[in-house]
Design a protein around this ligand. Structure first.
Ligand SMILES: [Ca+2]
Ligand SMILES: [Ca+2]
Ligand SMILES: [Ca+2]
Length: 378
């Protein structure tokens, strides 16, 4: 179910840039039909009378304005229609009415235009759900946000598909993944160490948000480029975490492995390990949407994030005494990346005794998720 839905989203991603597409399509079809009927059908008396009837029923000033440019064309058409006028003189006399009839046909187009105007005013669709509950790339409740589904009102969009790359850290994290799913999301963790080249556009296409956990190997250039496109071109989001730098079981420091993911964005974990003597509570920027209202979150040592190229815009939203702890980056193209200098916020142990861990995740995901999809209702 989720995979089909994501592929649908992938195919329709360009179309989604037009929020009112559904209604726009229908009016477009009607307009096309009308054009076809004008050009292909002779104007029988029946048509004229029908059009005349529609004339009397649709009275719009806008018609007059819009038709001003097309009335001449309509009159020319009538010149050809004088055949019909010849058939029935009186009716021909009313050919003027017929002229109006053509105008009426244009009027129908105008009526569609009016519909479009209503579209703009009323949100562009007919609601079929009072509160949106269906992840189908349609704005079912016509509030201007596609798939802003959050049945439990927990602040995390139920339509999000989250992919986690890499292993868990040294401590259990089952609560974290279970919690993400309890919020309505779908979550898939992929261990990449024995799967070279697994990260490509097709692999990523099913995800809206990517979380880089304790990454076991560096990504290839092609893999990193796929993630770059995932964020920059597709407008999707990524959150990176970093574990203990001195991983004796792997010759390449985790920092360098994680930086293969961040390098295309000009971002990096920099410097050595920030020791915090077991754990500290960062200072959170209360003005940033990620960290607003957040204070009680553990930071148990890690590596500082940095923006080294200023490709887009970056803000440090959390610091510890030893250095920066959290960085929020928005690419020039709009896709977003959060770089967090630790991974303990995924540990079950951190989910006990720290009041704001869950809210922190809600706000990180809400900020980093695609901006044209899956609104954040609250
Ligand atoms: Ca909606
Ligand atoms: Ca929907
Ligand atoms: Ca939810």
């Amino acid at each position: 179910m989720r995979i089909d839905y994501q592929k649908l989203r992938f195919l329709l991603s360009s179309a989604l840039l037009l929020p009112a597409l559904a209604c726009g399509d229908s009016s477009g079809e009607e307009a096309a039909d009308e054009v076809g009927s004008e050009s292909s059908e002779s104007e029988s008396a029946e048509d004229e009378s029908a059009d005349a009837a529609s004339t009397s029923s649709s009275e719009t000033d806008a018609d007059t304005d819009t038709d001003a440019g097309t009335t001449d064309a309509g009159t020319e058409t009538d010149a050809g229609t004088e055949t019909d006028a010849g058939t029935e003189t009186d009716a021909g006399t009313e050919t003027d009415s017929g002229t109006d009839t053509d105008t009426d046909t244009d009027t129908d187009t105008d009526t569609d235009t009016d519909t479009d105007t209503d579209t703009d005013t009323e949100g562009g669709c007919v609601p079929d759900e009072a509160i949106e509950v269906t992840c189908d790339l349609i704005d079912n409740d016509c509030d201007g946000q596609i798939d802003d589904v959050d049945v439990a009102n927990d602040g995390i969009c139920d339509c999000l598909s989250i992919g986690i790359l890499g292993d868990t850290g040294f401590a259990p994290t089952s609560d974290f993944e279970a919690w993400l799913e309890e919020q309505g999301t779908s979550v898939t963790r992929t261990l990449i160490v024995d799967q070279p080249g697994i990260v490509d556009a097709d692999f990523l296409s099913v995800y809206d948000v990517l979380i880089i956990d304790r990454i076991q190997r560096g990504l290839s250039e092609d893999e990193a480029a796929a993630i770059e496109a995932f964020v920059k071109t597709e407008g999707r989001g990524m959150i990176t975490l970093i574990g203990y730098n001195f991983d004796s079981s792997n010759p390449v420091p985790e920092r360098d492995r994680a930086n293969t993911v961040l390098d295309p964005f000009g971002l990096a974990y920099v410097g050595g390990y920030l020791h915090t003597s077991g754990g500290t509570t960062p200072i959170f920027d209360q003005a940033h949407p990620i960290s607003m209202g957040i204070s009680d979150v553990n930071y148990a040592g890690g590596i500082a994030p940095a923006d080294q190229e200023n490709q887009g815009s970056s803000e440090i939203f959390a610091t510890v005494a030893q250095g920066d702890a959290g960085l929020a980056h928005e690419s020039l193209e709009g896709g977003r990346v959060v770089v967090w200098g630790d991974e303990w916020i995924t540990f079950d142990s951190d989910w006990q005794g720290y009041a704001d861990v869950q809210s922190f995740w809600v706000q990180m995901i809400g900020w980093v998720k695609p901006q044209d999809f899956c609104g954040n209702p609250q």
